[in-house]
Design a protein around this ligand. Sequence first.
Ligand code: SAM
Length: 172
Amino acid sequence: MERYSEEFRSQEEEKEEYLQTDEEVFQRYFYELDLKPEDFEGKILDVGSGSGQFAKYAKEHGVSSEIYSLDYNAQFQEKTNAVQGLAQKMPFKDEQFNLVVSYASVPRIFANNIEYPDMIEENIRQGLSEMLRVVRKGEEVRFGPIVNGEGEELERTFREILNKVLEELQIK
Ligand SMILES: C[S@@+](CC[C@H](N)C(=O)[O-])C[C@H]1O[C@@H](n2cnc3c(N)ncnc32)[C@H](O)[C@@H]1O
């Protein structure tokens, strides 16, 4: 029962996120992911991009036209560099990006089958491995909030699994 209400709450929050303007989304990414002007010099991948508002705003304002949006739900506003696909199996070659970002998509991209907790660990492993595969060696993967109002128990479980997989993959 509690799980349903948590899911309901997070869906409401998700709707609110979708209602943000492109500028609000861009600002949120910029400040919370600690982006610097030099981060926009290379290719960026936005995993779980939603409709691609981050890339769209950056392109329209001359910040970067090299931001790629990946989402399995292909309702992209920003068509140019938008790709439909799963975080766990990305349709990109190895070491293509200078920076990989993901905002408000974790844990959803790793745990979209929250009813099947056994799958969460494997999803996290696959998603993180894919992010590491497509980012250039020595470059960064940056996440926005790990858990966004999903409930304390889920947050604890998710962080435990995430830390375990990060350790296995030797990420600090
Ligand atoms: C809450 S929205 C966040 C959108 C955007 N990042 C933002 O901050 O405004 C989460 C997005 O993650 C996408 N998503 C969830 N699981 C995914 C997966 N396994 N692979 C790719 N995208 C996924 C959903 O389709 C949704 O668009």
